[in-house]
Design a binder for this molecule. Structure first.
Ligand SMILES: N[C@@H](CCC(=O)N[C@@H](CS)C(=O)NCC(=O)O)C(=O)O
Length: 241
């Protein structure tokens, strides 16, 4: 019988869901994957919520470490980077900078772009039109893209020209600017960073696991995907009146 992989990943094809897949593919680590189907609300199933108290993806279980469970995508990336000793600088200042940009993604880029996407691609499709909220989240996301552009001037990656977990966390979100209707015009350093990561075969392979959703990146039949995606989250939209 073949040995089970150390890492058991529960995930789906979303910006947060791809982060650990990117790590595992880039590191060439063997892993088992369980696809969590939102349409079936598998992320809210009692057995799953025992692993992830937030009822969301992704989650990992490390079978080689007493079945230790890690939830929150940033914490998962950090755990894997420490476990395998890759994609995390060893030098103290560079390590801190990696954590800073990872936090900036988790606390800023993800939530702002996530809400920009939610109000435009999910809520509006259920008849909840909130132009003020959309403007707020789109403008704030654009501001964050400008912060990234400034950081990336003269750098290959977010920290010291080294591809780290901060880039892995940031890339799926920032690269989905199309889905959030956030312009990246006039941000050449950000664009160059997109091009650099677009050219990494392992990261691109990860974006097809469990399955590709190119509409996030403006490719394929965007309208059909938008309808399917909005329907998956229909129960989430509680009418405001
Ligand atoms: N802060 C969490 C956010 C996780 C999250 O929001 N995941 C989304 C997909 S990107 C999810 O599971 N959505 C399903 C739901 O809302 O029920 C993380 O980074 O892991």
């Amino acid at each position: 019988m073949s040995k089970q992989a150390d890492i058991h990943l529960y995930t789906a094809s979303t910006m947060n869901g791809w982060k650990p897949v990117i790590f595992l593919e880039e590191a060439g680590v063997d892993y088992d994957l369980t696809y969590i189907d939102f349409a079936k609300q598998e992320q809210k199933a009692p057995d799953y919520v025992k692993l992830n108290p937030n009822g969301r993806i992704p989650t990992i279980v490390d079978r080689s470490n007493d079945d230790f469970v890690v939830f929150e995508s940033g914490a998962i990336l950090w755990y894997l980077a420490e476990k395998y000793g890759v994609f995390l600088p060893k030098e103290q200042k560079a390590k801190s900078e990696t954590l800073q940009w990872l936090m900036f993604q988790m606390g800023g880029v993800g939530p702002m772009m996530g809400q920009a996407m939610y109000f435009q691609r999910i809520a509006a499709k259920q008849g909840e039109e909130h132009p003020f909220a959309i403007k707020r989240y789109v403008d704030e996301s654009r501001r964050l893209m400008e912060v990234l552009n400034t950081r990336l001037e003269g750098r290959q990656y977010l920290v010291n020209d080294e591809f780290t977990v901060a880039d892995m966390a940031m890339y799926p979100w920032a690269r989905a600017y199309y889905w959030a209707n956030v312009s990246v015009d006039g941000l050449p350093h950000l664009q160059a960073w997109f091009d650099r990561i677009d050219a990494r075969p392992a990261t691109q392979k990860a974006l097809e696991i469990p399955k590709p959703f190119w509409a996030f990146f403006g490719k394929g039949d965007v309208e059909a995907f938008e309808r399917e995606n909005a329907a998956r989250f229909k129960a989430d939209v509680k009418p405001s009146k």
